[in-house]
Design a protein around this ligand. Structure first.
Ligand code: ADP
Ligand code: MG
Length: 504
């Protein structure tokens, strides 16, 4: 089946998320849709799937124009989609999820579970999936849930499958397996639209690559193109992906985490007796698949987890038990995972956000008076050096794009006198060009002799920033290894394999 999108335009108010986009996907090809966050990839696919109605443009299947009023129409035309966030019902079984809404086969309002079980078994066998049709979806690991989504789409005889950032939730091994699944689908004649921002993956499987920037197609890229070439196409200027980093010069500063446990209201522990030391002058990267306790660990370091036990000492001072204000005053810099919750005050200006936690003293406040000139000069300089795209320093920070908001947080935290820096997902939502800059800043803090903890689910980021890598799995560190550890080994650790420090 051949799919063609012709002149698709989709607006959200004043924003043109898709601007006359043309895209052709041939039968049996893996077509990568490459673009930065916010480029318009998901919007385009939601139009294709009937979730959004385009203002302009046509969808053609085998050269015939089709209209999709909803996903049901798209599915009936052979289009399947695996969303970034799975659409399965957790408390239902696999077979129930597959049977749901499958009117073509079962008729409305009727669940023929035996037929669904057979479908699950047959399709699973074809791909070598080990899926129990009667397992509850909520009991399955994410990697398997994703396979259930694939089975569900294939059970509807999808001829075109759309994967929207499928690898974001997978370990490196699961990612490799997923690549193999895509190749098999392709060999069976299924067309695939594969959305990712990981250049490594694109280069591995793409037959064709379409690059989207700011809602427009900027061109096709050669699947054999180098990473830097692809990155440059995405951002529209030359990009250098390597980080220059001198060997770590350790100082006497240290952060010692000892037997840290963090529980939630129900007593479930997201972090379990975790111990690790970070010296001044080194970057300890915490790697792991999302949801293995990394977020809670970072929050505990900032006094934002109430049910934490054990100890966290920074240069001999116990941090556990202090509140966030006291910890910031102790010189801890923090770049949170979700800047809109912990990092910024949306209704404040860019300038105000840049001095947010320094509003009680010099240089911004003297004798109880805000030093507007000092603040404005500081903010103007940060806008310039961090390339923060904002109308002015007086613009409300909520008006900025996600990437620019992130830069405001980074600029603020990194320009303080720091005794520890904790950064979670530092470059999530940033364009490839800004990533380079942010990485340089983080290395700069390390080179000032400060202990730095970087929490990231992006393995490329972990590997290029880290002096040492600690891999977290189910609330524990399964091993601490050097930065040049092979990716395969890191992948095994991310799946829970234990490595002792000696062995590493
Ligand atoms: N439902 C929506 N309402 C308003 N704006 C949206 C909506 N969905 C996406 N956008 C905006 O459209 C643009 C493209 O978003 P998206 O298609 O999600 O990008 P991508 O998937 O490439 O990261 C972004 O600026 C985003 O903020
Ligand atoms: Mg998207």
């Amino acid at each position: 089946m051949k799919l063609e999108l012709r002149g698709i335009t989709k607006r959200f108010g004043d924003l043109i998320a898709n601007d006359h986009i043309d895209l052709t996907v041939e039968e049996g090809e893996i077509h990568c849709l490459l673009g930065e966050n916010g480029a318009g990839k998901s919007t385009l696919m939601n139009v294709l799937y009937g979730l959004y109605q385009a203002e302009e443009g046509d969808i053609l299947i085998d050269d015939e124009v089709r209209h999709f009023a909803g996903p049901g129409d798209a599915m009936r035309s052979g289009i399947g989609m695996v969303h970034q966030h799975f659409m399965l019902i957790p408390v239902f079984t696999v077979a129930e999820n597959v049977a749901l809404g499958h009117e073509q086969v079962y008729g409305p309002g009727l669940l023929n579970l035996d037929a669904a079980r057979t479908l699950v078994r047959d399709i699973s066998a074809r791909f070598g999936f080990d899926i129990d049709p009667d397992a509850l979806v909520e009991d399955l690991p994410v990697g398997v849930q994703q396979r259930v989504e694939i089975v569900k789409a294939l059970s509807r005889e999808a001829k075109v499958l759309v994967f929207d950032e499928p690898t974001a939730v997978l370990t490196p091994q699961e990612t490799d397996e997923f690549m193999a699944i895509m190749r098999q689908l392709k060999s069976e004649g299924t067309s695939i639209v594969f959305i990712t921002h990981k250049l490594r993956e694109v280069r591995e499987v793409a037959d064709r690559i379409t690059v989207i920037r700011l809602g427009k197609v900027v061109g096709e890229a050669d699947p054999n193109a180098g990473k830097e070439e692809l990155a440059s196409l995405m951002v529209g200027r030359a990009v250098d992906l390597t980080i220059d980093k001198a060997p770590a010069q350790l100082t006497d500063n240290s952060l010692v985490i000892d037997k840290l446990s963090i529980a939630d209201e129900t007593g479930h522990r997201s972090v379990r007796e975790l111990s690790v030391t970070v010296q001044g002058g080194e970057i300890l990267a915490i790697a792991g698949v999302q949801g293995n306790g990394q977020t809670e660990l970072a929050e505990a370091l900032l006094g934002m987890q109430e049910r934490a036990s054990g100890s966290i000492t920074l240069n001999g001072t116990e941090l556990l038990g202090l509140n966030a204000r006291q910890i910031l005053d102790a010189g801890v810099g923090y770049v949170p995972e979700d800047r809109t919750v912990d990092g910024l005050v949306g209704g404040f200006s860019v300038a105000e956000n840049l001095m947010l936690d320094r509003s009680d003293g010099e240089p911004f406040v003297k004798f109880g008076t805000l030093q507007t000139d000092v603040l404005n000069e500081f903010a103007t300089e940060k806008l310039e050096s961090y390339d923060i795209r904002s109308q002015s320093i007086h613009e409300h920070v909520s008006k900025l794009s996600g990437g620019n908001q992130q830069k405001v947080v980074l600029a603020r935290e990194m320009s303080r006198e720091l005794s520890l820096l904790v950064v979670s997902q530092p470059t999530r939502g940033l364009d490839v060009g800004s990533i380079e800059f942010v990485h340089e800043q983080i290395v700069g803090v390390r080179d000032r002799g400060v202990p730095v903890i970087v929490v990231s689910t992006e393995l490329d980021e972990v590997v290029s920033l880290a002096d040492r890598i600690a891999v977290m799995y189910k609330g524990q560190i399964v091993g601490i290894v050097p930065a040049d550890t092979p990716r395969e080994k890191l992948g095994l650790m991310m799946a829970g394999e234990r490595i002792t420090e000696e062995a590493a």
